[in-house]
Design a binder for this molecule. Structure first.
Ligand code: DP6
Length: 340
């Protein structure tokens, strides 16, 4: 008798405040990073698994359409996790996935998609009858092998990934929640994404990470990230938004400075990105309203602020920042903090 096992799982995207940039070994980070998960930007994944004796066969549907171009990447991922989930050596795997947010909008879809897939594959493993003693760690580790930052999307809220001396339980293999040491000032953060450019970026993150291997500032970056992790965790614990904003912007601008000083060097910021940064910093100086920003590896800007300042900040976004965005597109999201 054929046995078909089904599961549905979703996972949020995340935005890093201290950035993961550069890898070692099998997708382990060169430096520790900290992010928070978003509440509206999700990947929803349905997986069906049919037990057979045949070598694993994968079908992949993305937003209603078969996407065969993704199969080699999935095969590579499954090969890397087979030792963790041996059932994946055989059978038929049917994956159907969709995002609640648009493509190339500055929201990391690889994080939410690999996290929801990792949750699905572990759930199927349990339904087959396997037991996993440390399920949360296993899911995060599997997600990491799919996309590094995805290991910070398998639990909600503030997640630390990467070994750092300040937190003894930290690991290069998986993310851990630091929610319990976060002040209430950081429990309702807003993330408004200025979509400066909608198209996909000219240089992928994969290439960017690899350019860190022989980067002249590699050791300096590792030191900076470790120091910023310690400072960020302290600011998160005491509720110090001013210090948080300093670290946030230093990390965003350092990430892009590392790209510019790679060999070959490249820029991902657009002219409107720089104009928006100037307007944000000026607004903060003149109004004394605490508003900060971060950037991922692209031209779009994540504006970060507390819920209590929405009334003052959102009119500024609409009037002075939205006109810098492609088709005036701004995506309003916020942190998700429920504990799993
Ligand atoms: C700039 O996790 O997308 O967003 O491990 O190659 O899949 P891979 O890279 P990815 O890199 C994300 C880099 C970043 C910073 C961050 O999220 O920490």
């Amino acid at each position: 008798m054929q046995q078909i096992i089904k599961t549905y799982q979703d996972a949020p995207s995340n935005i890093a405040i201290v950035k993961y940039w550069g890898k070692k070994g099998l997708q382990e980070p060169q430096n520790p990073s900290v992010s928070f998960t978003l509440s509206k930007a999700l990947t929803k994944t349905n997986v069906q698994y049919e037990l057979t004796d045949n070598k694993l066969n994968i079908n992949f549907i993305f937003e209603g359409k078969e996407k065969d171009s993704f199969i080699p990447k999935l095969n590579f991922f499954i090969k890397n996790i087979e030792h963790l989930l041996p059932y994946l050596k055989s059978g038929n795997l049917f994956i159907e996935t969709e995002n609640t947010f648009p493509h190339s909008s500055g929201i990391a879809s690889s994080a939410s998609s690999m996290a929801s897939l990792a949750k699905s594959l572990v759930d199927i493993s349990e339904k087959i009858g396997n037991s996993h003693t440390n399920k949360q760690v296993l899911i995060s580790e599997i997600a990491r092998l799919g996309s590094g930052s995805a290991c910070r999307s398998t639990q909600e809220g503030w997640i630390l990934w990467g070994k750092t001396p300040v937190i003894s339980e930290s690991s290069d293999a998986y993310g851990i929640s630091v929610n319990t040491s976060v002040h209430s000032n950081f429990e309702d953060l807003q993330d408004s994404i200025l979509v400066i450019r909608k198209g996909s970026k000219a240089v992928s993150s994969t290439v960017g990470h690899s350019l860190m291997n022989n980067h002249p500032y590699k050791q300096g970056r590792i030191n900076q990230a470790n120091s910023n992790i310690a400072k960020l965790l302290k600011a998160l614990g005491t509720g110090d938004f001013e210090q948080f904003a300093i670290i946030c912007e230093e990390e965003a601008l350092s990430l892009h400075a590392l790209m510019m000083s790679s060999s070959p060097g490249y820029t991902l910021m657009a002219p409107e990105t720089l104009e928006a940064i100037n307007r944000i910093q000026e607004f903060r100086k003149n109004s004394q309203v605490p508003l900060t920003f971060t950037l991922d590896a692209g031209p779009n800007i994540h504006l970060i602020y507390q819920k209590k300042h929405i009334r003052l900040i959102q009119p500024f976004i609409k009037e002075h920042l939205a006109p810098l965005c492609e088709d005036q597109t701004v995506i309003y999201d916020e942190i998700s903090m429920q504990t799993n």
